[in-house]
Design a binder for this molecule. Structure first.
Ligand SMILES: *Cc1c(COP(=O)(O)O)cnc(C)c1O
Length: 360
């Protein structure tokens, strides 16, 4: 068996320890004679799994008691609709458009009400985060929406926008659990877990309790109402039980690593290795304004599409996989989530140095 360094943006690398543990438990989970995939989601065994997962997540993120944690299906994309359906009481919300995911969320919200684009960085291919310290927040807006880490473009809000008292809703799909955050600053923070946490097919939505009400948009399906899932502890219907189990293992792995403050340091170290090299390289260059650089997704280019393709191909042959940039940007992108070891980034940088020598 040999494992590659997987720089995929998602589904993405998982901690090897977690995968080994899951493999060990595959046929017989802790003496119950079946795998987690085969057991009832109403069983005591699974109840322990989901309760521990939630408790460990609460512990890692220091989630205040007045927030619910929901494990939902439909991925992050389903939240694009669920959020306006559940939160637009005045029928209006403000969106800050910093990339494709924020744009999709903004477009989806237009189906349900008035979605105002109050800021955007599309003028420069989403290569920066606009100044959000004094925006024209709509007085009637039910919430202000951001995508905090832009997976495709590699930008990150280093400071949250000044929402002037409005509820902040944030898509944290590609940065959730990469560093500590103050949950109390958000109304909702949510993320698809296949980026930085677990297998694909689930979103974790952390929602302040007062935002979970029966007063939702007329016609909202039961399954798209936050209250349905909050009241049932994410067990209204059959959840993605195996995914919850895997995420639970990753939460324990993160706690063993020392928690989110330690992960932040480790992630900063990894990102610095790569950005420092990009800043001194004569061949490669980063595509993002330095102050807005993401710790998780690092896009870069040579400026020559043929050379980019050659790099991606040769990197793959060297065991460095999934470095091709998103189809809308081209070039390369290295996603260096929590589970990417420091040695993976060191190997990548050494490979880039070698490629540079051979190609300039
Ligand atoms: C990947 C991603 C999504 C979409 O996630 P799905 O689970 O595929 O719906 C949304 N937002 C961000 C920031 C992402 O990185």
């Amino acid at each position: 068996m040999s494992r590659v360094y997987n720089f995929s943006a998602g589904p993405a690398v998982l901690p090897e320890e977690v995968l080994r543990e899951a493999a060990d438990e595959m046929l017989d989970y802790r003496g119950c004679g079946m795998s987690v995939m085969e057991m009832s989601h109403r069983s005591g065994m699974f109840e322990t799994i989901i309760n521990e997962a939630e408790a460990d997540l609460r512990d890692l993120l220091q989630i205040p008691d007045n927030y619910k944690v929901l494990f939902l299906q439909g991925g992050a994309s389903q939240q694009f609709a669920m959020i306006p359906m559940n939160l637009m009481k005045n029928g209006e919300a403000d969106y800050i458009v910093t990339g494709q995911w924020a744009k999709k969320a903004w477009q989806e919200a237009q189906k349900y009400g008035k979605a105002n684009k109050i800021a955007s960085s599309e003028d420069k291919t989403f290569s920066y985060i606009p100044d959000c310290s004094d925006l024209d927040i709509t007085p009637n807006a039910d919430y202000v929406y951001i995508c905090e880490n832009n997976t495709i473009y590699g930008t990150k809000f280093k400071e949250l926008p000044n929402t002037k008292g409005k509820t902040l809703v944030s898509d944290v799909s590609s940065c959730l659990l990469s560093e500590p955050v103050d949950v109390s600053k958000y109304g909702i923070l949510y993320g698809g877990v296949q980026k930085n946490i677990g297998p694909a097919g689930m979103v974790i939505s952390i929602i302040r309790e007062d935002l979970i009400t029966e007063d939702v948009m007329k016609g909202t399906p039961t399954m798209l109402t936050f209250k349905t899932h909050a009241d049932a502890g994410s067990l209204y219907n059959t959840p993605n039980s195996y995914c919850i189990y895997m995420c639970g293992k990753v939460f324990k792995w993160l706690k063993n690593m020392g928690g989110l403050a330690v992960m932040k340091e480790r992630n900063e170290k990894k990102a610095k290795l790569l950005y420092d090299f990009l800043d001194e390289s004569h061949l490669f260059k980063g595509t993002v304004v330095p102050k807005d650089r993401s710790l998780m997704n690092v896009p870069f280019v040579t400026g020559n599409a043929e050379l980019d393709a050659k790099f991606v191909k040769e990197a793959k042959e060297a065991g460095l996989e999934n470095l091709k940039g998103h189809r809308s940007v081209g070039g390369m992108r290295a996603s260096i989530y929590n589970a990417m070891p420091v040695e993976g980034v060191e190997t990548l940088v050494n490979f880039m140095k070698k490629f540079e020598k051979e190609n300039v």
